[in-house]
Write a protein that binds this ligand. Sequence first.
Ligand code: PLP
Length: 390
Amino acid sequence: MPLFDRVPDRHTGNAEKYILRKKLFGTEDVLPMWVADMDIETPECVRDAVLRRAAQPVYGYEEMPESAFEAQMACMKKRHGLTLQREWLRYSHSVVASISTAIMAFTAPGDEVIVQPPIYPPFMKQVVHNNRTLVTNPLQRDGDGDYRFDLDDLKSKITPRTKLLLLCSPHNPVGRVWTRGELEALAALCLEHGIRVFADEIHSDLVYAPHRHVPFASLSDEVRDSTVTAVGPGKTFNVAGLAISTVAIADEAMRVRFDEVYEAIHFAQGMIFGHAGFEAAYREGEAWLDALLVHLAKNAETLESLLQRYDGIDFHPPEGTYLAWLDCRGLGFESDRELRRFFVQKAKLGLSPGISFGREGSGFMRLNFAVPTPVMDEALARLEKALVNL
Ligand SMILES: Cc1ncc(COP(=O)(O)O)c(C=O)c1O
């Protein structure tokens, strides 16, 4: 059976997407299309590498192998033209933990950290958890539904205590792949005011032609030297459960500061299966990734063509990510609660409510379309039925 027709059984394990259905949606009778992992088999090369490691009789401490870093560096160079040096890289078990580490390293309690909602919720939460001041610089949405940075708003909010900006590139949930021009304008403003940037580029391999991911740190040497970049195979190769990513910091003084916090927390070196899967994904996973992108683009298109036939939900396929940002304001519900109820009870789909990405997400829902064709067909049929009956 073709890969993207196969439906892996995730009902019997501990998959977060499935076991939290009752808690989040009040019922298990929903197709879960929320948390950002894929209901698609992890590439065989990754599973084989993990199995080979599992067959070795000792599961003791391991260093992250140099060959794994090399495989990632080669892949970043090939796919994004991003040149990384080995000494810039650090292992991380979680991009969100890396965000927190950067907040602790480059800001003091009470300093201001900028985020651009609607945004992946931990961007906001980690600022607050670390007792820093959250400054929101909402993205601007134009009449066509396109999102842009609002640099005038950003300028008006910068103070001497503004120390860090958390950039999501490509952007979860709105699906933008920021252009070089957009990133350059943002970078110029940050450099002018001495604001460092944490560039979360975990979705950077999931970009649809003709769009191209521009690594923030590749804009210029000056930009690179005030940037922390997070990249990893978690989204790209569906290995979030291997808990492995890297952080790249080119500037030595920034690296020393980051390391102080990193050592204090004790990130250590990660786990043996993560090392094996990480290296195999970057070394051997490219053909799988190219096929995946074709499949995901097809899913986004089928969703778009369904929604074009009905009034109420405005959707444009994302430029990057496997997340559909649905503008449901045209459905006419009076509250986000009612909108959510419609999706759970009528469409029987478990989506992420837009409001959880900041108040700018009110009236929106986020649908994860990284599913095999039969699941996508089922999701579309459920959604169509609910829209017909509305
Ligand atoms: C933008 C972004 N950053 C980070 C993460 C999570 O990364 P990790 O599991 O490595 O903490 C996600 C997961 O959805 C994400 O969308």
